[in-house]
Ligand binder design. Structure first.
Ligand SMILES: N[C@@H](CCC(=O)N[C@@H](CS)C(=O)NCC(=O)O)C(=O)O
Length: 213
């Protein structure tokens, strides 16, 4: 059986939702972040970066959320446009943009002190403020994309692996001064995601608490 090393609400949320949408059984392995288990020698053997998630699929041990999502859609033959199509190229663009452009700002926002040192609280606050302003612009980009494409999903009518990822990113802004839920198109998208039974099952399974987004 597939194994997903996860922590509630972390980057593992997107693959967890996709697995639930596929209806594939998965063994969830909690990585205890309170105990810094993601930096333990055993976990570093799975992911030398010490980060969540990891997917174990037989002999394959896979880290990087985007790679895990791509592996799942390839195995399933679902939730992604046809290989070689212009839609597939667009799908790749967003699937790379999310971890390459958005997630680093999320990391600067949540872990600013790692970049400036634990005692430099003033600099950490500045890093956080800059990252938040950048994240506002990035959420605006998703909002504008949903507005121009008409939605309801990131790839239009087709629900794809991009949607759990966009949901997860939008959710991470829920405590920021301008949460993604306040944007007209992205906010409506987040509500559509929340209405999906698979998303509801995952939120319950990970024991996440409101506000969901
Ligand atoms: N590039 C990685 C980033 C994953 C990541 O940032 N994971 C966070 C949780 S959302 C993590 O493990 N943080 C713990 C740490 O850095 O110690 C991916 O896309 O999978």
């Amino acid at each position: 059986m597939l194994q997903l090393h996860y922590f509630p609400g972390n980057s593992s949320l997107a693959p967890h939702i996709l697995l639930e949408e596929l209806g594939w059984p998965v063994e969830l392995k909690l990585v205890d972040r309170q105990a810094n288990a993601q930096k333990s020698p055993d976990y570093l053997k799975l992911n030398p970066n010490g980060q969540i998630p990891v997917l174990v699929d037989g002999e394959l041990v896979l880290y990087e959320t985007g790679a895990i999502l791509l592996h799942l859609v390839d195995r399933a033959g679902r939730f992604a446009p046809a290989v070689g199509s212009t839609e597939r190229a667009e799908f790749y663009k967003w699937l790379v943009w999310m971890p390459a452009t958005v997630v680093p700002q999320v990391q600067l926002y949540f872990y600013g002190e790692r970049f400036v040192g634990p005692d430099n609280t003033e600099a950490a606050a500045q890093v956080k403020a800059v990252a938040e302003a950048k994240l506002n612009g990035l959420m605006d980009q998703i909002d504008a994309h949903l507005a121009s494409s008409g939605g309801p999903w990131m790839m239009g009518d087709a629900y794809t692996a991009l949607d759990p990822y966009a949901f997860m990113l939008g959710r991470w802004t829920r405590m920021m001064s301008r949460p993604a839920r306040t944007l007209p198109h992205l906010g409506a998208f987040l509500q559509r995601m929340l209405a999906r039974p698979a998303v509801q099952r995952v939120l319950a399974r990970e024991e996440l608490q409101a506000p969901w987004v």
